[in-house]
Design a protein around this ligand. Sequence first.
Ligand code: URP
Ligand code: ZN
Ligand code: ZN
Ligand code: ZN
Length: 488
Amino acid sequence: ADYDLIVRNAKIVTAERQSEGDIAVKDGKVAALGADVKGTATREIDAGGKFVLPGGVDSHCHIEQRSGMGVMCADDFYTGTVSAAFGGTTTVIPFAAQHRGMSLRQVVKDYHEAATPKAVIDYAFHLIITDPTQQVLGQELPALIKDGYTSFKIYMTYDAMKVSDYQILDILALARRDGALVMVHAENHDMIQWLAHHLVDQGHVAPKFHAIAHARVAEAEATNRAISLARLVDAPLLLVHMSEIEAIDTLRQAQKKGLKIFGETCPQYIALTADDMDKPGVEGAMWCCSPPPRDSEAQEAVWAALKDGTFQTFSSDHAPYQFNEKGKIPKGDKTTFKEMANGVPGLEIRLPILFSEGVQKGRITLQQFVALTSANHAKLYGLYPKKGTIAVGSDADFAIWDADKDVTIRWKDLHDNVGYSPYEGRQIKGWPITVVSRGRVVVEDGKLNAARGSGQFLPCASPDSAKPQGQTAPELQSMSRFGLKPLF
Ligand code: URP
Ligand code: ZN
Ligand code: ZN
Ligand code: ZN
């Protein structure tokens, strides 16, 4: 045969364009595209005029990772990637997370050991930096960037994870010099700690108080501060999991000034609110994540930012914990909101929820959907055009969507290992029914057809997103007028 696979009669949609025709695949790559591809294939699939979209790229998910408080994620690289595949995602970028005192090189080794035998779709890694020692900044990071780990996440909150503003500047300056993109979790740590202390002091310990402790202004303040730090040293920055109006507005204003500041949001901020945590006992913990879901007004602001391009990416922030003592509620019924594991699952429902709520309801176009769920992730993190599009020469990663399929979300039908879904009972219209990863039909007729360990590691190129915009703070620019060398 001329090809390994031909998908015929498809409505092909990329972030750039829509076309009708066939997709021919050979050796895991798209080999031909067009109205009527000639030739034979080992396997042909008639898409029957359905949409064929690039496989999702999920650039924010926690898989087989230990939280700041030491709780292990419910999903390992097998269940995590299987769940992703069933939801139309063919590439994940989880984190290799350093905890203080660890060598970053060793951390990366450990995550590879975990992923290699289990992943069923392709994966890259971001690095979480919690301990930017001289060894990390001077040797490990520059070498790791060269090896294809070109993005880092840093935290402004969580006792075990947070880095100081001083350390953020060190990390931003290094990322700027060596071509990596910094992602930041922006919440004001002391505001949260102070509120949490007083809440607990007065006996307000139920899950719903998590949303009060993580006040909106804590996100707004830290967002503004993170952007200011990035401006000082002229380093691009990406704000992850944005949830609230003022922070989004701050991001939009920064972009209007021409700064290279990017933004991400997640399903929980369009589909959940803080009220979901208002349940008897500790049950509300199932909806607990940071930042917390807000209210319907914030949801509208999130939609507006998805529509007008303020957000580049829609990621899951899949942070899966079971509802038991090893997961969400370490002290059982006695767990206060301070001890609950933070995070909700979302790898599998990310695309369907945005498709249903966004595309079907006319809030975003199908091309925006592809940009937000796939293309922009690949572009921002140095994987484009290998991933993120359907084009000759690109990896054959795509999904055939049944736009009319009605699905009621039931955890028992999902493929993660969490044991519940925060979206149980929701009605969804549209689902990816056939999923192809590097030319392999990995999901079909509700069944998985991919071996453990068949996913491949993707080293990331240094992305354009990481190139400095070209203007440090005026004081730093004035150094040259004094005849002095740049500070960093
Ligand atoms: O609640 C969340 N999002 N937990 C996961 C860790 C993080 O901060 O992204
Ligand atoms: Zn975070
Ligand atoms: Zn909290
Ligand atoms: Zn996260």
